[in-house]
Design a protein around this ligand. Structure first.
Ligand SMILES: *Cc1c(COP(=O)(O)O)cnc(C)c1O
Length: 393
C-alpha cells in the first residue's frame, strides 16, 4: 500500500469540482463577443429553459445566488419585521440569515435522524401567532416530507419557500421539486452545486405576482429589467423606481454557463447515482450508517454523500477526515456545522450546541465523501479502498 500512497502524493482528489465542458466555454465566449455582459438574452433563455425543465407552467427568475433568491422569495411572499420563519439548524447559514435581513426571526427546529431533514412534527410544535413561513431544506438532495409540510402550511396559513440548493433534480412522490404546491423554490448554482454558473441561483414559482415582485426587487426596484428597458418602445434612458429593491440579477455571462449546464443536469444526476450505488455496495459491512435513499421511484440528486461513523467505528470523525487527507490524499467535508454551533446564532437566538440533540449527534459523526461527475472510475475506487482500509475492523 505504501507505494500506492506515495504515488498519490501529488495527486490530491478534491472534495468537489465543477464539470465544465467546451459547450460552456463556447457560450461564454459568444456572450463576451456579443458585447452584452449583464442580464439580457442569455438570462431570458436560461430562465425559459429552466421553467421548461421544471414544467407545470412555473415562472423562473434568475438571480446572482441562492442566498439572494431566498431573500427575494421571502420578501415576495410577505415575510417582514417581527415575523417568525421556521427552518432547520442543519443547513448553510444563508437559509436563516436572509430572515434576519428582512427583520424576521428564524425559529430553528430539530431534524429527523434518518434523513437529516426538518421534522414536520417539530414544525407543528413551533408554530405561533407570529409564524409566517417555513423554509424546508432538501438536505443532500433528498426531498423533505413535503406532503406533511404542505398540509401543516395549509392548516396554519403559512407560506413555504423551499431551499432547493441541493435539489436539482429531486422528486417528492414522483413530482419534481420546484413543481409542488409551495410558494417558491430556490436553487443554487454555486461552483460545487449539482449544476453551476460560477455563482448564481434561480427562483421558481407558480405565482405570477411572486415572480413579478422578485423581478422588480432583484434590480433596484425598477419595474422592468434592463433587457426590457433597452428593447421596449420607451426611450432607452427611461426607468422608474417603484420599491426599495436589491441588486441581485444574474449576468448573461453566468447565464450562458447555466444554459449548457442545465442540458446536462439529468446525466450528471445519473453519474452521481452510479457512484452512490458503488459506495452502497462497497460500504455495506463497515461500521457506518449509509445515507437514507429516496423512496423507490423518487429521484435523489446525490449532491452530497454523507456517511455517519457508528459508535463501534475504530476512529472518530475528525481523525477519519485527517487520515483521508494525509494518508490517502482524498478531500472530505462536513455538512453542516449546525447553526446552533455558531457564535452569531447562539447570541442572536439564545441557543447553544445542545439545543438540537439530533442535529448535534449527526454533526459529530458525519462526513461527506466526494461524489461528483468529474470523478473517474479510478477515483471512485480510490475512495472506496481508503474508506475500507480506515474503517475495516
Ligand atoms: C449553497 C447553499 C445555499 C446558498 O447558495 P448560494 O448560491 O451560494 O447563495 C443555501 N442553502 C444551502 C442548503 C446551500 O447548500
Amino acid at each position: 500500500m505504501l507505494d500506492k500512497k506515495e504515488g498519490q502524493k501529488n495527486n490530491f482528489l478534491p472534495f468537489a469540482l465543477p464539470d465544465i465542458g467546451e459547450e460552456e466555454i463556447e457560450l461564454v465566449a459568444n456572450c463576451m463577443r456579443s458585447g452584452w455582459m449583464t442580464t439580457g438574452p442569455n438570462a431570458k433563455q436560461f430562465e425559459s429553459d429552466f421553467a421548461e425543465y421544471i414544467g407545470s407552467d412555473v415562472h423562473a427568475v434568475s438571480v446572482n445566488s441562492a442566498t439572494s433568491g431566498l431573500l427575494l422569495a421571502l420578501e415576495a411572499v410577505g415575510v417582514t419585521q417581527g415575523d417568525e420563519v421556521i427552518t432547520t439548524p442543519y443547513t448553510f447559514s444563508a437559509t436563516a440569515m436572509v430572515c434576519v435581513h428582512l427583520g424576521a426571526k428564524p425559529v430553528l427546529v430539530d431534524i429527523e435522524e434518518d434523513s437529516y431533514n426538518i421534522s414536520p412534527e417539530n414544525i407543528k410544535a413551533a408554530i405561533t401567532e407570529k409564524t409566517k413561513a417555513i423554509i424546508p431544506v432538501h438536505f443532500a438532495g433528498l426531498a423533505c416530507d413535503m406532503q406533511a409540510i404542505i398540509k401543516i402550511a395549509r392548516e396554519n396559513n403559512l407560506k413555504i419557500v423551499e431551499d432547493a440548493a441541493h435539489a436539482l433534480p429531486c422528486t417528492s412522490n414522483d413530482q419534481l421539486i420546484g413543481s409542488l404546491d409551495t410558494d417558491a423554490t430556490v436553487y443554487s448554482f454555486y461552483a460545487t452545486k449539482t449544476i453551476t454558473t460560477g455563482e448564481g441561483g434561480m427562483i421558481v414559482t407558480k405565482d405570477e405576482d411572486i415572480a413579478k415582485r422578485c423581478r422588480t426587487m432583484r434590480l433596484h426596484g425598477i419595474s422592468r429589467d434592463v433587457f426590457d428597458r433597452y428593447t421596449s418602445t420607451r426611450p432607452s434612458w427611461y426607468y422608474e423606481i417603484t420599491a426599495p429593491g436589491f441588486k441581485a440579477n444574474m449576468t448573461d455571462i453566468a447565464a450562458s454557463i447555466g444554459i449548457a449546464q442545465l442540458k446536462k443536469a439529468n446525466d450528471f444526476q445519473k453519474k452521481r447515482q452510479s457512484i452512490k450505488e458503488q459506495y452502497f455496495e462497497a460500504f455495506k459491512d463497515l461500521p457506518i450508517t449509509l445515507p437514507k435513499d429516496s423512496e423507490s421511484n423518487d429521484i435523489h440528486s446525490w449532491h452530497l454523500f454523507v456517511i455517519r461513523l457508528n459508535d463501534d467505528a475504530p476512529i472518530d470523525r475528525d481523525e477519519f477526515i485527517k487520515k483521508m487527507a494525509e494518508d490517502y490524499q482524498i478531500g472530505c467535508s462536513v455538512h453542516f456545522i449546525p447553526l446552533n454551533f455558531h457564535s452569531y446564532w447562539q447570541e442572536k437566538l439564545g441557543i447553544d450546541n445542545d439545543s438540537f440533540q439530533i442535529a448535534k449527534n449527526l454533526f459529530e459523526k458525519s462526513v461527506s465523501l466526494p461524489i461528483y461527475t468529474k470523478m473517474a472510475d479510478d477515483d471512485v475506487s480510490r475512495v472506496i479502498e481508503a474508506v475500507k482500509e480506515i474503517l475495516s475492523p
